[in-house]
Design a binder for this molecule. Sequence first.
Ligand code: X5A
Ligand code: ZN
Length: 688
Amino acid sequence: MGTALVYHEDMTAARLLWDDPECEIERPERLAAALGLLRQRGLEQRCRCLSAAEASEAELGLVHSPEYVALVRGTQALDEGELQALSRQYDAVYFHPSTFRCARLAVGAALQLVDAVLTGAVRNGLALVRPPGHHSQRAAANGFCVFNNVAIAAKHAKQKHGLNRILIVDWDVHHGQGIQYIFEDDPSVLYFSWHRYEHGRFWPFLRESDADAVGQGQGRGFTVNLPWNQVGMGNADYLAAFLHVLLPLAFEFDPELVLVSAGFDSAIGDPEGQMQATPECFAHLTQLLHTLAGGRVCAVLEGGYYLDSLAKSVCMTVQALLGDPVPSLQGPMIPCQSALESIQSLLAAQAPYWTSLQQDRALMLSPSICSPEERPLGLLSGSPACEAAVAVLNPPLPGRHSTSASTVHMAVALMGLSATLALPPEVLRQEASVGREETEAWARTHESLAQDVALSALGRFLFLLDGILNGKVTCGIAAIPACARAATLEVAIRRSLSHGAERLLCVALGELDWPLELADDGRILWLNIGGKEVAARSTFHISTPLPRTTGGFLNCILGLVLPLAYSFQPELVLVTVGPAQGLQEPHVALLASLLRVPAAGRVLALLEEESAPQLVRTLAPVLHGEAPPSLGAFLGASPEDIQALKHLREQLEPLWKLLQVASETLGEAGSCLKSPLRGPSYTDKACS
Ligand code: X5A
Ligand code: ZN
């Protein structure tokens, strides 16, 4: 389907003509730097490049008053002194004779992008524009913004394409108060913004940027503000906001289109934001959003003033839009206390409007659930037969993570019925096996692997696993006879460990016990969704019953699986699906597409042959980077499911810090003094 890149060189024409320290950072080089790196990295060439055309005055009129549009049109003929005088009437704005044309091109670019996505010409895209838009209001320029590009695009999507639910994600470091004002009473546009706030002491110094501004009238709950009260927020803070706030809300809202006010002044090094998130973080944010709205994500540039971070972050966003696996995030995944306080104040303000944010609903209801059963941890080593298989037959494999030019993005190892399935053309149908002798040696470790069918499926599966372990293949799907699935998974784990893997995440859907002979030594994180009971038998051995509703499933994925995956930073994710009552293909697809993100794409799905054909049809496109299908109607989590999640969180939070969201656990949070940039920590809580 493709990714659009909308641009026009003329948007570099507007520039500041006089001295103004506040405005000088918004300069033409911003676009040149972003585009230059996109070219240098070969990303521009992979996009469908569209040349922006100016928006019509009728289109500007979707948001702005005729008088204001006329006033901006008039600036084309003003001299420098007049331009400067007019600029002074607004907060942090400069006009240039080319401003009107640039700003119309910026709106036009956003509209073309939305049209391209909503007509199905492309799947998603980015508009590289100047001037930015999110501060601009019906009759006012503000904060370098002249026309509100994203707000006009949202109105256009409603009016011209008949959309009923649009999500705007504003990850610029400033509050897009312009967008907030335009949609504050409109429940068809959900506006989410995080922003540097510092208890109101940061520009634009507005009371209505705080978390308790939730919208007006019919629109209550459709304005969602996450104010950052300290600088220095980093990858873990941004991810916590997405996992615990934005994504639950967004899945409940079920948007038909996602617009991103993509400002990169929230990235490390930016003089305005003073935040710490690395460019890679924006690839993660983009791919997480891609699981919404059938992947219809339109990103429109807003701020971003540190050219190095700006260019890299733009590249990361485009790479993620293209569906490439995204580089894993470095650094400890520990949100800071101030971030958790902000999240908490948001949850308090928004819980009345969103079922998915009502974490404590279950507290009054079911007081008792099964407590985790204590069991000795760390059963050591495998059986002699397994040791032999590892020692004798494991051939030395080439170095991992090699980035050879012959890398296959995705391979499937299928047999029987599913072998005849139609697959996307880029997917490699893998028929090779590891040597017969080696397969047999592994098979001797488990009775269930002894039969002929299991044996040949195992041979192919191992070949695929090796391909992933040595970096020749990014992800894959394999099917195995049902009776041999558990044993095959165990062999896969052993083989990965003997290959040197240090962090394997195993996610089993449907009941499946931890392979008894494997040591619980921190190299395997075992997550059974659909187990008999709620239990964290160790930090690395977790089971929870299959959630009963879509809301419960989402809570489990966003509130447990992904925080664990991000904290653990696995080299490889093994997903296995067994009989799981009530679980539908869209659920599996969503899980797989979300797990791809923290796993840098390295997901291997192990299915049961009997149920494989349908699941392969669903999973292959998703692991390949397509958006998952919609989950259908949202039904809130049951009290039991909420309680189960809460119980596991409490148990696991001390080690897996990204699970934290509630205020009672704030004591466990990371230090706010992560960098010299971060000021002394405030003691006054925003939420108190
Ligand atoms: C789009 C944007 C920032 C204005 C800052 C004024 N505007 N101090 O990032
Ligand atoms: Zn900004």
